[in-house]
Design a protein around this ligand. Structure first.
Ligand SMILES: C[S@@+](CC[C@H](N)C(=O)[O-])C[C@H]1O[C@@H](n2cnc3c(N)ncnc32)[C@H](O)[C@@H]1O
Length: 312
């Protein structure tokens, strides 16, 4: 892609002049340094701009041409979009998110040139088929559990033929920092931790192995490029080109073909082991609470008694 040489200074100046969201909205979108929320919010968004432009450029893709329609799926309060204000003057840059306060804030403070709409927790989007040239989604499929396949099929639907999707995922760099366990991609597949956790606590966390993304996402999209995160906690990124002539449904994306890909079975076994560990931990917490309440004990003491009863 042509990286819009000369626009980056303008993008920086426009971003600096743009209003910043209230702290809770910035925090909700995820910031690596909670000690300095807004500085961290701005720095991460700036890095995302560089990464998006770099990845598109490496595929020779033009961005920001007049009339192009671009969607930031799961845009939060616009942490990434706010770094594309000059481009949004010439193309249509939309954001969408399930969080109405974030969307209201974007439309109140950054529209025009940005525009945003709220979507429900399950598909569809209120957008015509084939209407976007590019969709990016940063740190969203890293949290989608039950509806991931429906949403990926929906992004396929709203993209024009040959349209591009750029999606971040969590691989080894984040897994090791997050779990303290070695990254063994053959048994990760799609692994979910903290299923059902609310957004105020960061939502669930989803890890993907590159082989699994190729196996499942590759049914709807050609994988143009895949970059795994290398620095600790760095997201991976995959650039996808919409495949035509495929009837993309959630069932197609989810189907497990263990004969073709034997790693599927070990990945499911590993997910079950992780779920057992999670449920044991939660049960221990629940028992400690019940003990503390029954005997009016401090929770710390009840927790220790619970551990001793279980022989730890
Ligand atoms: C970690 S935040 C990232 C926000 C933004 N992409 C960024 O980089 O700042 C994840 C976002 O995904 C949004 N989200 C979760 N499920 C969604 C869904 N089904 N559709 C749209 N947005 C969703 C959340 O509300 C949240 O704003």
């Amino acid at each position: 892609m042509h990286s819009l040489a000369g626009v980056s200074d303008e993008a920086r100046d426009r971003e600096q002049a743009a209003p910043l969201p209230p702290r809770p909205l910035a925090l909700r979108a995820g910031v690596p340094d909670p000690a300095d929320v807004l500085a961290s919010y701005r720095a991460v968004g700036r890095d995302s701009r560089t990464t998006i432009l770099g990845l598109l450029a490496s595929d020779g893709v033009r961005f920001g041409f007049p009339g192009a329609r671009v969607l930031d799926f799961g845009c939060g309060s616009g942490k990434v979009m706010r770094h594309f204000l000059p481009e949004a003057e010439v193309c249509e840059l939309w954001g969408c998110d399930i969080d109405a306060p974030s969307i209201e804030w974007i439309n109140a403070e950054l529209r025009p040139p940005l525009q945003a709409f709220t979507n429900g927790p399950a598909p569809p989007l209120d957008q015509p088929a084939g209407s976007f040239d590019l969709v990016w989604s940063v740190s969203v499929f890293t949290h989608l559990t039950d509806h991931w396949a429906g949403w990926l099929a929906e992004l396929h639907r709203v993209l024009r033929p040959d349209g591009l999707a750029l999606i971040s995922f969590l691989g080894g760099a984040m897994y090791e920092a997050w779990t303290d366990q070695a990254w063994e991609p053959d048994r990760i597949g799609m692994t979910v931790l903290d299923h059902g956790q609310g957004w105020e606590l960061g939502g669930p966390t989803v890890f993907h192995s590159p082989w699994w993304l190729r196996e499942h996402w590759g049914r709807a999209f050609d994988i143009v490029q895949m970059r795994e995160g290398s620095a600790p906690r760095e997201h991976g990124l995959v650039l996808l080109r919409r495949r035509s002539g495929v009837d993309v449904t959630p069932a197609l994306l989810e189907r497990i073909d263990a004969a073709r890909e034997p790693r599927e079975v070990e990945a499911l076994r590993h997910q079950v082991r992780l779920l057992h560990a999670e449920s044991s931990r939660l049960r221990a917490q629940r028992d400690a609470l019940a003990l503390a309440e029954a005997h009016r004990l401090p929770r710390r003491v009840a927790g220790r008694i619970g551990q001793m009863r279980r022989g730890h």
